[in-house]
Design a binder for this molecule. Sequence first.
Ligand code: NAI
Length: 736
Amino acid sequence: MALSFEGRVVLVTGSGGGLGREYALAFAERGASVVVNDLGADIKGGGKSSAAADKVVEEIRAKGGKAVANYDSVEDGEKVIQTALDAFGRIDVVVNNAGILRDRSFARTSDLDWDLIQRVHLRGSFLVTRAAWNHMKKQKFGRIIMTASAAGIYGSFGQANYSAAKLGLLGLANTLTIEGGNYNIHCNTIAPVAGSRLTETVMTPELVASLKAEYVAPVVLWLCHEQCQESGSLFEAGAGWIGKLRWERTQGAIVRQKNQHMTPEAVRDQWDKICDFTDSTKPSSTRESVQYMMTVLSGLESDEEVGANATAAAAAAASASGLNPAEAVGQKLPPTTFVFTPTQCILYALGVGMSTKDPDHLRFLYEGHEDFSCLPTFGVIASQAAMMGGGLSSVPGLNIDFTQVLHGEQYLELYKPLPTSGALTSQSTVADVLDKGSGAVILLDVNTYSGDELICFNQFSVFVVGAGGFGGRRNSEKAKAALPPPKRAPDVVVIDSTTRDQAALYRLSGDWNPLHIDPSFAAMGGFKAPILHGLCSFGFAARHVLKQFANNEPSRFKAIKVRFAKPVMPGQSLQTEMWKEGNRIHLQCKVKETDSVVLAGAYVDLHGSEASPENLTPPGALQSELVFAEIGRRIEDSGSELVKKVNAVVAWEITKDNRNAAQWTIDLKNAGGSLHKGPSSGKADVTITVSDEDFMEVVQGRLNPQTAFFAGKLKVRGDIMLTQKLEVILKDHAKL
Ligand code: NAI
């Protein structure tokens, strides 16, 4: 459909001739009411005449269009806009086009040459636009054009004053785009090329004649139309060609070393890299521009690993750097010693979500408890200092850009239950350096000792974005591999909520990276809000396994492996799905709200026989398990009949001690019906949350489901009417 400007009021400054005239005619032809502003000056800004504007107004009116003239200088912006308001009652579009030239080689540019150019181009556009701004804001519509020039973008001999003003307009437009964004005020900049009296001194008469102004007008009209959502962009236009420009930035180089002075020599030595546009990026906002520097700063200033799997967003493809596996593998980092008291153990337990609400958590939270213990995963805390001290960057052959470092995977194995206080010394060795193409993986093995006794072993898998392609091996026999879970529904699912302050609490255990607490820092890393530490989710998942399969007995815990797949936001719920295969508990952790997997390929190995296959029911098993087993048998016997009666997918969340203890899905909708333990794979028609005890009360006919619902004991999401069919599903269990 043709683009109409019916009802719109358009001001084109300097439209008594040249490009401006063409714009004015084109807008009027499409129904706009046009203010034709022109001072009628000569090309250097001298003189004054109403003739130029009048002539264009006459031309428009002769064609049946609507137009009024204004003869003020753009330096009288208020008056120019007032003409629009007086004549047409509003202002929708401002095309800042008026211009003059006062070309001089730089040495000969006088103050007047400089000032007049700034006054007409830059200050004039500012004054006219400012006068229109509040009207546009109030009506929540505005379209603004700034007119720049190739002289400003690329430079032009003899046009220092003009170049400066023209690119100044681009800066002005960039900010107006941001300030006008919420008000549907868009601002774009064009650098036109057309034959006009301004260009006839530099172009041949043929060129002046053939580079018609009418070849530029259409892009101005489109940018000013209500349908056009473009804002903050710069276009070159001429001869019927239109192109868009943007900023391009090299990967650059970090020329500062941790704890060292930054020198000009370092800059010189990295100059080629600083200027190399290979794998360049295209930042389009200050945020994007500064984001990377903040990541650099974090790496250089903090004592922390630039961490969290998810900093990937911040780390656009990085430069490949000096990785030399032959030199690095086998290198030892300086040993670190971690001194702690019960306070650190308790703080860590709180950090990974333990609570006095759960009576069996008390042994990890109360130093006076007869079985006071340290959570097994505290083993990562004792050894992480080796990683976080920035030690990796000091290893010969590991000349990595460690702002590009992500925590990819973690393995922890305990040889002894951790003490609850003391001093633990960690010795770290670069076990291997792998080439994954897009990045490099550094395997850092850390052995942690109490005196001479080996307490635990950690393997940190560190992914260095962009550092691959050095021709190294892809895999290593030294890597503790992540393993996929079995292909059946999980045996146990535990849902546990993190709190809004989970990261704020967890960081007190030693990972002080501001990414986890400071909103502006997180924003610069590309996150909406500070994210939870990957190792915090790791702690949650590990204690879920410990509780479900090892009765919270730390001595049963042997090892854990996880891969960090996605970030978790504090306050989200973690859903740990567990599969028991002998003494190995496979697990996967999801964010319940988004269903995205955050810990993948994970497992916990347990000591002892209690986790053997014949003893599948975890300690403290739920009474409801028996009922669901019975329901399963009934579905096998007469599923089709039940499907007819119920025709719905019913999901159950069974809680115990105020925590989610199990999930079941009874599918009485699809062929023959089915039951499985775990959340429904598709969408359940109704989800019922009830405690194990109340479930049994309902099943045994001692508690009416409706009474339970109104008492808040039975919560229902989805089709509440389906609860009336519960009886069909649950009846006959009263005998249980
Ligand atoms: P032009 O000289 O034909 O048009 C400029 C108009 O602005 C004139 O009619 C003039 O009277 C008016 N004007 C000057 N000072 C004024 C003031 N203080 N208040 C109100 N009106 C005033 O030139 P042209 O080529 O049409 O240029 C239009 C715009 O495009 C200018 O901003 C120019 O710098 C820019 N431009 C033009 C290029 C080209 O190839 N023609 C190249 C790059 C930029």
